[in-house]
Structure formats: C-alpha cells, structure tokens
Design a protein. Sequence first.
Length: 319
Amino acid sequence: MSAGHGRSASDDRIEIRRARHDDYDAVVDFTNDLWSDRGGDYIPRIYHEWLEDDDEPKKTFVAELDGEVAGIVQGVMVSTDEAWFQGMRVAPDARRRGVSGRLNEACFEWARERGATVGRIMVFSWNTAGLGAARASGFDPSMEFRFAHPAPDPEARRPAPVSNDPAAAWRYWTHSDARTRLDGLGLAPEETWAVRELTRDDFDRFADESSVFAVESVDGLAGAAYRTRTVERSAADDGDTDGDATETWAEYGVAAWADVDAARSLFGAIARDAATLGADRTRVLIPETVGYVSDATYAGADVSDEPDFVLGIDLVADA
C-alpha cells in the first residue's frame, strides 16, 4: 500500500470502477517512479496481465478524481472466505482526499458479496506510510515473515531423513511454534505474493501437485514445508540491467522446524528439490523471529534483508 488515506468532503468527486486496459498510461504515470531506489513498482511491468477475466475470482478497481485516474487496487478471493487486497496505489496529487478509503470500501463490499469474512494485505516493513494508511483503513497487525533463499543444490546435506508424507508434514505444522507465529498462514497457491490459512487438504494437494516435506528425526517429527510454485522472474527485478534476462524461482510457501539440524535437513531437501526443477533461486517463507532467522542463516541459507508485514481486517465486524 502507498500513502493516501482518509475521507473528506471531496468524496462525491470520486468514482470507483473496474480497471481497463486503456487505463494503463494513467496508472503508469503515478506508479512508474514509485520506490525507484528499491527496484521500482511492479505494477507497470505486469498491469495488462494483472487485469482479470470475467470468470476469475478477482477484481481490479480504479478511482477517478474529477475524471482522472487517481488510484488503483485489486481484490482476490484466495479461499471461500478469505480475501487478499493488493497493489493499493494513489497518485501523489490525490493523496489525503479520500481516494484510498473509497477504494478500500469497494474492495470490502466486493469481498463480502463473495462470502469473505476476513481480508488481508501485505506491506513491506520499510513502507511506513503504507503501514499507517493500512491501520487508518481498519487493518490490524497479523504476522510478519521473511524469505530464506537456500541455493539449489542436487547434493545438499540433510542430517535427518525428509519424507514427502503430507500427513506428517501437516501434523508437524499444526503443533509448531511457526504456525503460531505466522497466525496459521502460508503462501497461497491461488495468487502470487498472497497468504491464506493452510488446511489439511492443502497438504494433500501439495503432495499431488508440487511437493511437501516432513523432517523425521530420531526424536520424531521436526520440520515441515511445501512448494507453492515455480515462476519465471525478470532479472531486472533483482537489479540486473539486462531487462530480457529471466530467472526461474522455486517458491516454498512456509518452512517450520524444531532446531538447527532440522532446519539444515529441511533446507537441504528444498535445495535438492529446487535443483531437480532447474531453478536458479529459491524463496522460502519463514517466521520473522531472531530464532528462525538466525537458525536459517546458521543452517547455510541466505536470508532477505528485511521482513514483510501482514495485516488483516474482520469483514463481518466492519460491515
């Protein structure tokens, strides 16, 4: 989310409608230079692909202020009762004029009509203006996470055996400290960069469609993870000046473990799995605590420089 919240007397000059492909230039005008010191905003790169078809469980809204496109946001249903809101942007000259509030209201109403009882967003930890805007819009803190990046390696070390048993992985997850820290959330297979509550059926699905991991130490179950997807990313997203270069990323929706040896085993299995996929890089969602982050680095994985924050809103109470 970017800054720009609150309602004002100018609300009657704001119109909310579905985003169109011909809104591209207007959206680029107020997003193209956003966060240029951090690689820039992703919306100009994916805008046309981002817009939904009629049969998809998502909707992208734009706000017009005095007839000019001044804001954008997207809502996505990631389960039968969980909505994910993303890409909130408001043009600089339209901030503090009620635009983001009206966009949020449109998202909340759309999600409720589809049975959502909770809505969530992710805000980068460095985006303090976005955090303030989220709280002002009714979102409350939910959890924080970071990405670990074990390098793909077909011969990565695994001190303890790691199985692909979804029942074992689910059993460890349900009793893990990581589940508590992450509020039961992991990366959603339905939408990139979104999280939702994990279920027992999910682990069966991951075992069939991607992969699950369960660390089985001499003392019992000691870790769990699952692969969400593989994605092709532009190397420009990571600072490469060659905009045509791409990298294959293997993404793992959560990792939970009991101790450093279990972390080594889990990351070793993930590194081997990524290597079999021909992935160039990985990202693994882990809880943002000194214990988990230091375990991950001690186990040999690179870790992202900063955490990400997830906030949620009760759409029933907010109705």
